[in-house]
Design a protein around this ligand. Structure first.
Ligand code: 7MF
Ligand code: ZN
Length: 878
């Protein structure tokens, strides 16, 4: 147990900052033994704050070497160094405070603040990393102009970067040099960044809509110089898109991207100097899959879009995190949708939401999009804040329509430029621009839990009326026992017997649209549609218009009908998923039920040979619902039973459709050069799915095709597709040969080795744990590198569910053991690894006790970090 209870921070306790910082002058002296940071702050009392308060600055792990007030050294009894900072009691209304600190970046394994990654210096300051660099009011509502001088050895660190524009550079004594950077835009310190290293520079330019030429620069380790093109192209597409869709132009003369190998998260939007995890930005067709290409495009866009949604307009406090993250995820998903297939993008977003966010929303860490309290803020960079937050913005977009939404966004950026604001300010701007009342809608930010919409209907053949009754309920979540009804935009259509959309005409209306969005605002509402010629099949929540669960008793025949007839592509996919879920669940419930419903086989057969439908959509429709989703749907999940049932369905489908799978594979094989077009990507995806299915049933021809593909692949999508298929098969020899040759070929490339680790750690073959344990002692494994930890431990616990949930509890003990050791070196990474254990109450008895025991074992560690403590403690509570 921790010796002291960590403090909980509450939104209701928010107070404006007692002091403001107008300007910060920083000087970094970087050495191998450490770094000295000179920090000179122009501070003044906040006129809006309570008067007479002492100056309190945040600081962690700092050695204080000097402290001056208006240039004069402070006496020992004029200030106090406290556990989390520094207090100066007697200060006037306006003064300059000088602080000198000594820090040890080379020993910084937490990867917060200033640290070293493969020989270079870099920073990560969001959310509270700046306090590990110097004493400062580390809160986002203190916005200052930064001037940063970086000094280091010129041979080791020829490249010295920080935010803004470089205004001065020169040589110093002893082979050292310096560069000074000035950022004209006031910013919170979480957006501060510094990079120093021996880096290759890739240059490009972008001309803005107003004709300004922007210098684009990408900095990577020299061995990665050939992996930059895709990110730079993505950046230019993002910049153009933000101008066209949101009217947002870039504001500095330089925009820089840096890739670093050791990074706790995906990327960071530091003003003018975005820093990326190497795995989220570096790519060539030979080393990155199509999926990685798409992910990189989306992440580059996300970080770039933050320049307005996050940097120019930032968060007042960390409870408002979704203000920038929800909005920016919404913007990057709009962008991806515009760059590819909107239906497929929507399916991907809805899948993530329904699988992982719904699980979070019904577990012990459930919290509103705008949380009310936290212990450690880095635990709140969650799917709820990001993905549900983006859905909330998307619903505003649906309610207002394209045009008014754009007016709202323009008003928001104009009204709050240079400010630190709240989610409420965002909604207010949307209201003011559109004239719509979003009072009730605001509950989406305040109430946790996934709303459930129960739908019932009745058709009256005489009156030709169709009556839909919708009821909403929101389950209780920690700290929120009862809920108020929310405003749910509920899109729907009624599908007639020939697959046509029937007109949707409510009482007293003349217009009858084919699709409409109902405003569900009460606990229960009834809608009567007139002039409905025949009994329709309802197509509900089209396009996944709200992040809710819909319950309606569709028959399997109705689902089959929607699967092939619904005019809404998303709901075609959804009907297929619901059908497959139903088939698998009935096998979980009745293990003696041996044969798969032949109608599912027929539907999949049709899909496999349908060459008219968007092939990317076909590839999605062929994916069975994941084990994670089936577990989420269960009340008391029996993982092994779910795994067995799903495997049995997959086996039978593959056996019965074996010839179609081979034909689909051959049809989609390409001989020409690699192309990154959506069509080619869809073909590869379909082909690799067919291959995986064939190897799932240990088909000999599939084996031959996989070997051929592995040996001749001209791109990483095909190479790893074949490897993955072989690794998940029973063909041991082929598997071992392929794994060895793959490693041999790519051992020098960390991003590929990470994929190699993840493919093995997520292998469905029984008894993977010993193999996973062996990976931890592999020469390429590195406990200091978060990507390696994620690709082995994270992939095992998060994706290899049947093996992780082994009923002997070995998977849980394995995870607990490594969380405990990581807790001391990198608490953020350790805390993220706890999440596969948190929902122990939703598993059946055979799993529950083992999961809880693992949590209790972690909880018992003395001096547990507050990161891990918060997740474990909340999981065990109640
Ligand atoms: C796309 O949000 C979507 C989400 C915080 C770090 C990046 O820009 C960010 C940072 C976390 C989790 C997800 C994402 C990010 C972070 C992310 C990246 C790309 N402000 Br933690
Ligand atoms: Zn973000």
């Amino acid at each position: 147990m921790r010796t002291s209870q960590p403090q909980t921070i509450y939104l209701k306790d928010y107070k404006v900052p007692p002091f403001l910082v107008d300007h910060v002058d920083l000087r970094f002296e970087l050495f191998e033994e450490g770094a000295r940071v000179y920090n000179s702050m122009e501070i003044r009392r906040n006129p809006d704050a309570e008067s007479g308060q002492s100056l309190e600055l945040d600081g962690e792990g700092l050695e204080l070497e000097g402290l001056t007030l208006n240039g004069l050294p402070l006496a020992d009894d004029d200030f106090e160094v406290t556990s989390g900072g520094l207090r100066v009691d007697k200060v006037s209304d306006k003064f300059t405070l000088g602080v000198v600190t000594w820090i040890l970046p080379q020993d910084n394994t937490r990867l917060e603040g200033l640290y070293k990654s493969s020989g270079m210096f870099c920073t990560q300051c969001e959310a509270e990393g700046f306090r590990w660099i110097t004493y400062f009011p580390d809160r986002p509502d203190v916005m200052a102009r930064f001037r940063t001088r970086v000094e280091a050895d010129k041979a080791r660190y020829p490249v010295l970067l920080s935010n803004g524009n470089d205004v001065e550079k020169g040589d110093l004594e002893d082979g050292r040099h310096f560069v000074t950077w000035e950022d004209p835009f006031p910013k919170p310190c979480y957006l501060f960044a510094l990079v120093a290293g021996d880096l290759a520079e890739k240059k490009d330019t972008f001309t803005t809509q107003s004709g300004r030429e922007i210098d684009l620069r990408m900095y990577v380790e020299p061995r990665n110089a050939a992996k930059c093109d895709h990110a730079l192209d993505s950046l230019k597409r993002s910049m153009r898109w933000d101008e066209q869709i949101y009217g947002r132009e870039y504001d500095l003369d330089i925009f820089m991207i840096v890739a670093v190998d050791d990074f706790n998260m995906g990327a960071m939007e530091n003003k003018g100097l975005n820093i990326f995890n190497s795995s989220c930005v570096l790519a060539t067709p030979d080393t990155a899959t199509d999926l990685a290409f798409q992910r990189i495009e989306a992440i580059v866009a996300h970080e770039y879009f933050h320049n307005w949604s996050g940097n120019r307009v930032t968060c007042r406090d960390w409870f408002q995190l979704s203000l920038k993250e929800g909005f920016t995820v919404f913007r990057d998903s709009q962008f991806s949708s515009d760059m590819g297939s909107p239906t497929v993008k929507r399916i991907e977003d809805a899948t993530l939401l329904r699988t992982a966010q719904f699980a979070e929303d019904s577990g012990p860490m459930a919290h509103p999009v705008r949380p009310d309290s936290y212990i450690e803020i880095s635990n709140f960079y969650t799917l709820t804040v990001y993905e549900k937050g983006a859905e909330v913005v998307r619903m505003i977009h649906t309610l207002l329509g394209e045009e008014d939404f754009r007016k709202g966004s323009d008003l928001y950026f104009e009204r709050h430029d240079g400010q630190a604001v709240t989610t409420d300010d965002f909604v207010k701007a949307m209201e003011d621009a559109s004239g719509r009342d979003l009072t009730q809608f605001r509950r989406w930010y305040q109430q946790a839990g996934t709303p459930i919409v129960d739908v019932s209907d009745a058709y009256d053949p005489d009156a030709k009326t169709y009556t839909l009754t919708l009821r909403q309920r929101i389950p209780a979540t920690p700290g929120q026992e009862t809920k108020q009804p929310q405003h749910i935009p509920f899109a729907l259509g009624l599908v007639g017997e020939h697959g046509e959309d029937l007109p949707l005409k409510l009482q007293g209306e003349d217009d009858a649209p084919a699709q409409r969005v109902l405003d569900l605002t009460d606990e229960q509402q009834t809608f009567v549609f007139h002039d409905v010629a025949a009994q329709p099949v309802p197509s509900l929540l089209r396009g996944f218009s709200a992040p809710v669960k819909v319950h309606y008793p569709w028959t399997r025949d109705q689902l089959l009908f929607l699967m092939s007839h619904d005019s809404d592509g998303f709901n075609r996919w959804d009907a297929g998923q619901r059908l497959a879920v139903d088939v698998i669940q009935s096998m979980v419930d009745e293990p003696q039920e041996r044969t798969v419903d032949p109608r599912l086989v027929t539907a999949f057969r049709q899909l496999l040979s349908d060459t008219d439908l968007d092939q990317a959509l076909v590839a999605k429709m062929l994916q069975l619902p994941s084990e994670a989703y089936l577990i989420e749907l269960a009340d008391e999940a029996d993982v092994q039973a779910i795994h067995k049932a799903r495997t049995r369905v997959l086996n039978q489908l593959a056996l019965e459709l074996r010839d179609e799978l081979v034909a689909c594979y051959l049809r989609n094989r390409e001989d020409g050069p690699y192309e990154p077009t959506p069509q080619a990507i869809a073909r590869r995806s379909l082909k690799n799915t067919a291959l995986a299915w064939l190897l799932h049933i240990n088909d000999e021809e599939g084996r031959m095709l996989a070997r051929q593909q592995f040996e001749n692949a001209g791109n990483m999508t095909d190479q790893s597709g074949a490897l993955r298929a072989l690794v998940n098969s029973e063909f041991e020899e082929d598997r071992d040969t392929a794994l060895a040759s793959f490693y041999d070929r790519f051992r020098e490339d960390p991003q590929v080795v990470e994929q190699w680790f993840a493919i093995q750690a997520s292998s469905v073959r029984a008894g993977t744990l010993p193999a996973v344990e062996a990976l931890l002692t592999h020469e390429a494994f590195d406990w200091k590198n978060p990507n390696k930890i994620r690709s082995v431990i994270g992939a095992f616990a998060g994706q290899n569910l049947a093996n992780f949930h082994a009923t002997d509890g070995s998977g849980y003990r394995f995870l607990a053991q490594h969380i405990l050791s990581l807790d001391s070196s990198n608490p953020q990474i350790a805390a993220r690894l706890v999440s596969p254990l948190t929902r122990w109450r939703n598993y059946s008895q055979a799993y529950r006790d083992g999961m809880r025991a693992a949590l209790e074992q972690i909880h018992a560690k003395p001096d547990l970090s507050k990161d891990v403590y918060e997740v474990v403690h909340k999981s065990l509570k109640g």
